[in-house]
Design a protein. Structure first.
Ligand code: SF4
Length: 341
């Protein structure tokens, strides 16, 4: 299948005022691709960089370095200004200015659905104005009548009433607000949507409705999703493939079934051991593993494998060298020294 989006060695560091060095190393050398029409799930604990990765791919945050290729065209290319000295300390060097494509046409093709709809919808605008604004930015209509028809069509698509156009976000429930957020994303006829924990802020009772709606939209409109969640149980049913992040790094990526059945990376194994499995064969072979300690700070991540301070299998080599993220089995990628033997 055709690859729609590819990311190579993507990094996003946030400088911190008054602190020397790279600051928060939120996304570390992530490489992945997403096929046209698929859902790539992305999971990891809060603070693991999954939201930052989604936003950096859309260039809502300027990437620190790496490459982003959309539909065969490079939309970002930047050299890494950070190298390690003899002691392993990160030092900054001057690199040529990064090259970024004019993003306006891509802003239309690549959209985002935010986690918290109440915070992402302007409370002073009516629902019709919110959706209309997205149409205005990209001039997607030729007359006032067409604009208003399109707003009504979008409201119907997400299961809202056309009279809702004149109401304000606070008049809606959380689930309805998220439908407005989805209508706003769909307004510009995107191809690719980052769904950034779109159901985490919603009542459990309506989560599956919203997920089902996103799935229906995908089928109807041929959309491609990067679906971010902190919980594997949310993404395993809707994702074709799943990527797992830990402290800014992508540690494993595989077909959803394969990842659930044969997790290779110790961190994925601990995540999965926390998810109840209905399959008795799997649960018998899977013991619950509880991680010791807290997730380290991305301001000062551990050397080598970033998971080594909590990994039950860590050896000396793990703190010394960064394991390569590589294709261990066909289509199954992981970054762990144990898998290189
Ligand atoms: Fe654990 Fe070492 Fe593998 Fe990292 S490289 S996951 S520390 S065994």
């Amino acid at each position: 299948d055709k690859i729609l989006l590819e990311v190579k060695n993507l990094k996003k560091y946030f400088p911190v005022k008054g602190v020397k060095g790279p600051g928060v190393q939120a996304v570390e050398n992530v490489s992945l691709f997403i096929r046209k029409g698929e859902t790539l799930g992305l999971v990891g604990e809060s603070g693991c960089g999954k939201t930052t990765l989604g936003r950096t791919i859309l260039q809502l945050h300027e990437p620190t370095s790496g490459e982003i290729i959309y539909d065969g065209k490079p939309i970002f290319q930047g050299q890494d200004p950070w190298t390690r000295d003899g002691e392993g300390k990160l030092v900054h060097r001057k690199v040529p200015k990064a090259k970024s494509a004019n993003m306006l046409p891509y802003r239309r093709k690549m959209q985002i659905i935010f986690q918290d709809p109440s915070a992402s919808l302007d409370p002073r605008m009516t629902v019709g104005e919110i959706i209309g604004e997205a149409l205005d930015i990209h001039k997607l209509y030729s007359s006032k009548a067409e604009r208003s028809d399109r707003i009504k069509e979008l409201l119907r698509m997400v299961g809202l009433n056309t009279e809702h156009a004149n109401r304000y976000p606070h008049e809606f429930s959380g689930g309805q607000q998220q439908r407005v957020g989805i209508a706003r994303a769909l307004a510009v006829k995107p191809e690719f949507i980052v769904c950034d924990e779109p159901i985490s802020a919603l009542d459990v009772s309506i989560q599956s409705q919203v997920v089902n709606m996103l799935e229906d939209m995908q089928e109807e409109l041929g959309l491609t999703y990067l679906f971010i969640a902190h919980d594997l149980s949310v993404v395993r049913h809707i994702s074709n493939r799943i990527g797992v992040m830990y402290l800014g790094s992508l540690v494993e990526l595989a077909e959803s079934y394969e990842l659930n059945k044969h997790p290779l990376h110790p961190y994925t194994q601990t995540l999965l051991s926390a998810v109840p499995v209905p399959d008795p064969e799997v649960s018998r072979s899977r013991q619950r593993i509880v991680l010791e300690g807290d997730i380290p700070s991305p301001m000062n991540p551990p050397s080598g494998c970033r998971f080594h301070t909590r990994c039950p299998y860590a050896t000396k080599a793990c703190s010394e060298s960064v394991p390569e993220f590589r294709e261990v089995e066909p289509g199954h990628y992981a970054a762990c020294h144990l898998l290189n033997k």
